[in-house]
Write a protein that binds this ligand. Structure first.
Ligand SMILES: Cc1cc2nc3c(=O)[nH]c(=O)nc-3n(C[C@H](O)[C@H](O)[C@H](O)COP(=O)(O)OP(=O)(O)OC[C@H]3O[C@@H](n4cnc5c(N)ncnc54)[C@H](O)[C@@H]3O)c2cc1C
Length: 290
């Protein structure tokens, strides 16, 4: 059972940040509550105050500004899975959102909550990295912008300071001619492995590519070294290169054994799924095909 709590409902970002400053460790930001309430029910987290940020109108924004999608941190997974502007400008991201848990969690959980909690088993995080997404962070003293890659520090750790909130996620579309795919492997609801790929071909040759892997290690990551290695290769050569990269994956991704699979299994499946995702994106049969 949950202990009694005080609920604060600020209507602006500076107000929420001021509450964080004032209450310190005794307060937690509360968005959908999908993670927070679960932890509290299991006695893994105690807090006296919940700062419900859902009354802050701008955190519900969902817009295309001509250059990027701008998504307020309180927009739910379900909205992102179905919103026409997401399907138009970032279809693979919409697909990844549709894979989150089940419709109950997708209706409750927000994109901001997912990214701020930074559970390694996140679907949206992996796809957002191939979009070069960035985040807008706010406090009572101002706002700052950070690439999503720099936002993720480690398992359950982000670059947010104690008085800061995630305000908005900005998602540029993929460059013209790039096709994408997201593949995931799951044993339970949360993914064991997520692979996001975007590829631009020049006839049979990979001209440009972006690759991100999630869930294997403590945080989702771009694989820039592999991206450079397969640039200029055919699909067949790229698949061979990927198959030889187990040691690189081990060092970069720092796979962990957990209930979702052993680290060896995750490394093996990373190579398999990455080759499949490349093929799927190149053939235009991926979930980013339009
Ligand atoms: C059963 C289950 C299955 C799941 N399966 C998947 C899955 O398959 N794929 C996947 O990607 N995810 C999965 N999840 C995770 C789910 O996506 C997240 O639980 C959800 O998105 C969290 O959002 P929330 O709004 O409920 O966050 P909350 O629980 O409200 O908050 C989570 C954390 O983020 C902080 N926070 C929230 N918003 C902000 C903000 N704006 N600024 C600063 N800090 C903030 C909170 O203080 C808290 O620490 C699953 C969760 C559950 C419970």
């Amino acid at each position: 059972m949950l202990e009694s709590l005080r609920l604060l409902q600020p209507t602006t970002v500076p107000e929420a940040s001021a509450a964080l400053d004032e209450l310190g460790e005794s307060a937690k930001i509360y968005a959908g509550g999908a993670e927070l309430l679960l932890l509290m029910r299991h006695g893994l987290l105690r807090t006296e105050f919940l700062i419900d940020v859902k009354k802050i109108a701008r955190l519900h924004n969902l817009a295309w500004d001509g250059e990027a999608l701008r998504i307020g941190s309180c927009v739910t997974h379900r909205t992102l899975e179905t919103a026409p502007i997401i399907l138009e400008h970032a279809p693979t991201f919409a697909y990844a959102e549709s894979q989150v848990a089940n419709v109950r969690v997708r209706n409750q959980g927000t994109l901001g909550g997912n990214l701020c909690f930074n559970d390694p088993h996140s679907d949206p995080a992996t796809v957002l990295l191939v979009h070069n997404a960035s985040v807008r962070i706010g406090s009572q003293t101002g706002e700052r912008q950070l690439s999503l890659e720099d936002f993720f520090l480690d398992m359950y750790a982000t670059a947010l300071e104690t008085n800061e909130l995630l305000v908005e996620v900005q998602i540029p579309p993929l460059p013209a001619g790039m096709k994408s795919a997201y593949l995931r492997l799951h044993r339970f609801q949360r993914p064991t492995l997520g692979v996001a790929v975007a590829v631009k071909m020049d006839k049979e040759i990979i001209e440009e590519t972006r690759i991100a892997i999630g869930c294997v290690g403590p945080r989702a990551q771009r694989l820039r070294e592999i991206e450079a290695k397969i640039r200029g290769a055919t699909l067949g050569d790229a698949e061979k290169i990927v198959a030889e990269q187990k040691n690189y994956f081990r060092e970069l991704l720092r796979p962990v054994d957990d209930l979702l699979g052993s680290s060896e299994y995750k490394l093996y499946m990373t190579c398999v799924l990455l080759a499949r995702a490349l093929e799927s994106a190149i053939q235009g049969s991926g979930n980013g095909a339009r």
